[in-house]
Design a protein around this ligand. Structure first.
Ligand code: WT7
Length: 637
């Protein structure tokens, strides 16, 4: 199989880029013609960033699962769609062909229907990284239900917030999950979450670990038993629901600068085209290659580059349940060797962590199958880039540094594997359809090369978010109000002398910890839930492995006898409220916080101190009480 829209050379890239800018409608309609539609669109693009309104392929009718499954089940039924590698190397690998994946998805879609699911319902999926997670996602899409996948590491409270926000009526989960040598009891986390989720009518539980779990009569059903009922009725196929191009496909919650995560909404057609186009082009996917994206499907990377991008391209997608360091730090390399992986897509934090184990875990592993490497999630430092290039790619694999966001649906800025130039720590050039601009604080366009500013995008691309669930005004406020007629990414960016883009990190109050996006306000809210905490302020600081670590300044009420104990109790509170990923790395007790006279915390100062920048912290004269700064500096951790 080949992809007629795959970019073939540097000249071709430039030519396609120009075409996508000069005539977006004909550019994207040519690409969209490569998909299966029930009815073609009436209008390619209809937009204005003021409302904001963005519609791609309006009037078109389709179902993404026919593009991911049916067409391949027909033309390449025995090709592996999913190769699954379990947490325990001793457990059996599973390979699921396109024909079988279609069967499983149809059967589970019928299970969903039997349990009351309808088109437009929101369904929360809290599952381990097992093929059933992909099956559940696609089954929702098959019947037109909107999936909201919640990462398996989130706490009961976080799940409950997300379920309530979207008013989900069904939850799909499992008894538990292995993560390294730990067992995480997902079903009991869900039981806790559902105490505050009146909208949920049914919970479907997959039996992964044979754990004993409590099943609520009438409300909780077993995946396997429900499937058996469908099998007994000999149901092997159900037709796909005909969806409008702009119907919602999924919601994925992500953090912003306020305390409450936002439900980013992606729609059927535009997202499909974007996930597919970027997958095929950035990685230069060739028929029958094995693509291994190490992300969890609970994040957008997994949605777009484990599930929808690869499957819509008829690719073979490798799904891994475990963690990079279990049973040892050679796990990724063993998987590459075992399955002859051709494309490896991972995060800088994973690279840095594996780097710290030295070369021993790589020795004796055959990595010759690798052809393309990728990174995503945060800026990659040059040291990690070179280590990846030399030790994993053996200097013969292009590395794509892919910049994008939950909101963008897929990659926006990246080099194209083996076609356009890579430059360590640069995402380099925009993909066709993407029009980046750099602006200053006032929103003035910064033209030319060798400049930095805030990164905005001035024209819609098919994969962009359409709204934030249940709160369109919030979408406008967050992304479209800072700068008129621009989508604001929240990232700072440099455009160098060659016109290449280098993302320098968030310019808002959002942290990037091990590639996970965490709002400082969210962590503060969580810390403040500890009964002894009066107030707190959270900032990021550079961390060797995680990229950014979480530094919390806390005003504590009363005596602190055992500092270690109080700190661990605060960290535990954060774990309970958000999840372990948001635990502060450092907690410093302070008697006050640097505030302006109007009561605003001066984070700039706290950030400088956390970074170890003690001499050059800037003007403190506007502070209500400048003396707290001296105290904070003195007791810095
Ligand atoms: C933020 C988005 C996109 C999937 C994973 C994260 C940062 C992402 C890069 C990169 C520098 C990057 C940005 C962005 N980011 N990729 N290649 N180079 N920074 O998705 O959780 O929505 O986070 O991750 O700061 O805004 P997300």
């Amino acid at each position: 199989m080949s992809y007629p829209y795959q970019i073939k050379s540097v000249e071709h890239y430039h030519e396609q880029y120009q075409k996508s800018i000069n005539d977006p409608a004909s550019f994207w309609s040519e690409i969209a013609n490569n998909f299966v539609w029930h009815k073609k669109w009436d209008q390619v693009l209809n937009w204005n960033f003021n409302e904001p309104k963005v519609e791609w392929f309006a009037g078109g009718k389709l179902n993404i699962t026919e593009n991911c499954l049916d067409r391949w089940a027909e033309t390449q039924p025995d090709v592996a769609a999913i190769i699954w590698e379990p947490n325990e190397p001793s457990e059996k690998t599973r390979t699921i062909t396109y024909k079988d994946l279609l069967l499983h998805v149809c059967q589970f879609a019928q299970v969903l229907k039997n349990n009351g699911a309808k088109k437009g319902d929101r369904i929360c999926i809290y599952m381990p990284m097992i093929p059933e997670l992909t099956i559940a996602i696609l089954a929702c899409a098959r019947i037109g239900a909107i999936h909201s996948v919640v990462f398996g590491g989130f706490s009961a409270q976080s799940i409950s917030d997300r379920i309530q926000d979207a008013a989900c009526n069904i939850v799909i989960t499992a008894d538990g999950v292995y993560r390294g040598n730990k067992v995480i009891p997902l079903k009991s986390v869900i039981d806790e979450a559902l105490k505050t989720c009146p909208s949920v009518e049914k919970t479907i539980v997959y039996n992964r670990l044979q754990l004993s779990v409590s099943m609520n009569d009438g409300k909780d059903v077993w995946w396997n038993k429900e499937i058996q009922k469908v099998v007994d009725k000999n149901i092997q196929f159900i037709p796909a629901e005909s969806m409008d191009a702009e119907d919602m496909l999924f919601i994925l919650y992500t953090s912003g600068s306020t305390g409450k995560p936002k439900g980013v909404v992606h729609t059927c057609a535009g997202y499909m085209v974007w996930a597919n186009y970027t997958f095929v082009n950035v990685f230069q996917y060739q028929s029958r290659q094995i693509h291994f994206c190490t992300a969890d499907i609970g994040w957008i990377t997994g949605h777009s580059y484990i599930v929808y991008g690869p499957l819509s391209a008829g690719a073979t997608s490798l799904m891994f349940e475990g963690i990079p360091t279990y049973p040892d730090a050679g796990r990724f390399w063993s998987i590459v060797e075992k399955h002859n992986v051709n494309i490896l897509y991972t995060a800088p934090t994973a690279i840095r962590s594996l780097m710290s184990f030295g070369k021993e875990p790589i020795e004796g592993k055959n990595l010759e199958s690798l052809q393309v490497l990728g990174t995503v999630g945060e800026p990659i430092n040059e040291e990690a880039w070179h280590w990846y290039n030399e030790n994993i790619g053996n200097k013969r694999c292009p590395i794509v540094d892919t910049w994008w966001q939950t909101e963008t649906g897929g990659v926006l800025i990246s080099n194209i594997a083996g076609i356009t130039n890579a430059k360590p720590s640069f995402a380099t050039l925009p993909l066709p359809g993407v029009q980046p601009v750099l602006v200053d604080e006032q929103g003035n366009n910064i033209e030319g090369n060798g400049v930095s500013g805030n990164l905005c995008i001035k024209f819609p691309w098919p994969g962009m978010l359409r709204t934030t669930y249940g709160d369109h005004e919030r979408c406008r406020q967050t992304y479209f109000s800072t700068y008129k007629n621009l989508y604001f990414t929240g990232d700072g960016c440099l455009r160098d002398q060659d016109g290449d883009y280098r993302i320098t990190g968030r310019v808002d109050d959002v942290l990037n910890v091990s590639g996970h996006r965490i709002g400082t306000a969210e962590v503060e809210n969580a810390i403040n839930m500890h009964a002894g905490v009066v107030e707190s302020a959270v900032v990021g600081y550079p961390h060797d492995i995680k990229g950014q670590g979480i530094y919390a300044y806390v005003i504590f009420n009363g005596e602190i006898n055992e500092e270690v104990e109080v700190k661990s109790a605060i960290a535990k509170t954060v774990s309970t409220v958000i999840g372990a990923i948001a635990k502060p790395d450092k907690i410093q007790f302070v008697s006050g916080l640097p505030k302006t006279r109007s009561g605003k915390i001066m984070r700039r100062i706290l950030r400088k101190i956390a970074e170890g920048e003690l001499t050059n912290i800037g003007d403190t004269t506007t502070l209500l009480d400048p003396s707290v700064v001296e105290e904070i500096k003195k007791n810095r951790l």
